[in-house]
Ligand binder design. Structure first.
Ligand SMILES: Cc1cc2nc3c(=O)[nH]c(=O)nc-3n(C[C@H](O)[C@H](O)[C@H](O)COP(=O)(O)OP(=O)(O)OC[C@H]3O[C@@H](n4cnc5c(N)ncnc54)[C@H](O)[C@@H]3O)c2cc1C
Length: 320
C-alpha cells in the first residue's frame, strides 16, 4: 500500500472506532439509509430468515458457511440479552442439514456482554454454545482490540473444556500471539488465523509488512504441525499463493474470506479443490464491519461510491 492509501486506511479505522459516530449511525436516519446501499455488498441480509435463504444458495455451490449477527461494543444489558436471543433463534432456525457439514456461528464477545463483565460474556457464550451443540453447529469467537485479548482468552479457556464446538480467532499482527497460540493449542480449540484489523500501537502489533506476512506463515505452519482444526482467514492474494505453495491450505485447513470480498478469487480456489468458507454477516449494526472493509482496500471506497450511484451493481451470489 502506498503512503496515501495507508493514511486513508488509518482514517477509516479511526472513524470506525469512534463510539459516538457509531451511536449516531445506529440511531438510524438518512446516513444509515444512504450507507446501507453500499454495505449490502458485504452484509447479506437484515434478518435471519433472509440470511438463511441466501446462505443456502452459497452452501449449495459447495462453500462452507460462517454466520454473524453483526455488531460489537454493547454496554446495555437488555441489548446483550436481545442479541443472545437473536443467536439462539438463528441456531433454532438452521436446518439440520443443508448449510454444509460445518456451519459456523461467529460473534464478538463485546457484543454479548464483555464490556459489562467477563461473567456476563461467559454466561451468554455458554448459552449460545449449548444450543449450538444440540444442533451440531460450531462457534468461533472473533478477536477484538488488543486491550480485550486477555479477557477474551480468559472466557475461552473457561468454556473450552465443556464445549468441543468452540473455536477462537487469533491475530498474527499482535506480538503476543505466538505465545497465545501455544496456550490455545493446549486447550485444543479450533483456530481462525487473521492478520488483525484494528488500529494498534507498534508496542502491541506489527503494521502491514513482509514481517507480518512472515509471521502469519510461521503461525499457519505451527497450526498445521499441531494438526489442529484451522481456518486461514485472509483476503491477500499474494499470501494465499504462499500458503498454497507451502502446502498449508491442505489436510483440512480452510481458507476463509468475508462475504463480498473478491468472490471470483474464492470461486477459483474452490474450483481448485481448496476448502473455502464464506463468512456472512447479517443484521443492522454493520457500521464497523462496513468501514473496515473500506479500510482494507482503498479501491473499495471507489467501489462503494459506484454502488451508491447504481445499486443494481450488487447482485447477491454473483461471482461465487
Ligand atoms: C473470515 C474473516 C474473519 C475475520 N475476523 C477477524 C477478527 O476476529 N478480528 C480481527 O481483528 N480481524 C478479523 N478479520 C480481518 C482481518 O484481520 C484482516 O483485517 C482482513 O482479512 C484483511 O487482511 P488480509 O490478510 O486479508 O490482507 P491485507 O494485508 O489487509 O491486504 C493485502 C491485500 O489483500 C487484498 N484485500 C484484503 N482485504 C480486501 C478487501 N476487503 N477487499 C479487496 N481486497 C482486499 C488487497 O489486495 C490488499 O492489498 C477477519 C477476516 C476474515 C477474512
Amino acid at each position: 500500500m502506498n503512503y496515501i492509501n495507508i493514511l486513508a486506511a488509518t482514517a477509516l479505522k479511526k472513524i470506525a472506532a469512534n463510539s459516538q459516530y457509531a451511536k449516531n449511525f445506529l440511531q438510524g436516519g438518512e446516513l444509515f439509509e444512504f450507507l446501507r446501499v453500499a454495505a449490502n455488498r458485504y452484509v447479506i441480509a437484515e434478518n435471519a430468515i433472509d440470511c438463511l435463504e441466501r446462505v443456502k444458495r452459497l452452501a449449495d455451490k459447495g462453500y462452507e458457511i460462517g454466520l454473524e449477527y453483526v455488531g460489537e461494543n454493547v454496554t446495555d444489558i437488555a441489548e446483550v440479552r436481545r442479541i443472545v436471543t437473536q443467536y439462539e433463534r438463528m441456531i433454532e432456525m438452521m436446518p439440520p442439514r443443508g448449510l454444509g457439514e460445518r456451519t459456523e456461528l461467529n460473534f464478538d464477545l463485546s457484543n454479548v456482554g464483555l464490556l459489562i463483565s467477563r461473567d456476563l460474556a461467559t454466561e451468554s457464550t455458554a448459552n449460545i454454545l449449548t444450543r449450538a451443540m444440540q444442533k451440531r453447529v460450531f462457534v468461533t469467537v472473533s478477536m477484538e482490540q488488543a486491550t480485550l485479548v486477555s479477557e477474551i482468552l480468559g472466557v475461552i479457556s473457561r468454556l473450552a473444556p465443556s464445549f468441543p464446538n468452540l473455536g477462537i480467532t487469533l491475530q498474527a499482527y499482535l506480538h503476543r500471539t505466538p505465545r497465545d497460540l501455544e496456550h490455545v493449542l493446549d486447550i485444543g480449540c479450533k483456530v481462525r488465523l487473521v492478520k488483525g484489523v484494528y488500529e494498534e500501537s507498534p508496542v502491541d502489533a506489527l503494521p502491514r509488512s513482509q514481517q507480518l506476512n512472515d509471521r502469519y506463515m510461521a503461525l499457519a505452519a505451527r497450526l498445521s504441525d499441531a494438526g489442529t482444526a484451522r481456518s486461514l482467514a485472509t483476503q491477500d492474494p499474494a499470501l494465499i499463493k504462499q500458503l498454497i505453495d507451502a502446502g498449508l491450505l491442505a489436510n483440512g485447513a480452510e481458507l476463509e474470506m468475508l462475504h463480498g470480498v473478491q468472490p471470483q478469487l474464492l470461486r477459483s480456489l474452490r474450483q481448485d479443490g481448496i476448502l473455502c468458507r464464506i463468512y456472512c454477516t447479517y443484521g443492522d449494526n454493520w457500521y464497523l464491519h462496513f468501514l473496515h472493509r473500506l479500510a482494507e482496500a482503498p479501491e473499495n471506497v471507489i467501489q462503494a461510491l459506484a454502488d451508491f450511484a447504481d445499486p443494481s451493481r450488487i447482485t447477491f451470489g454473483s461471482g461465487y
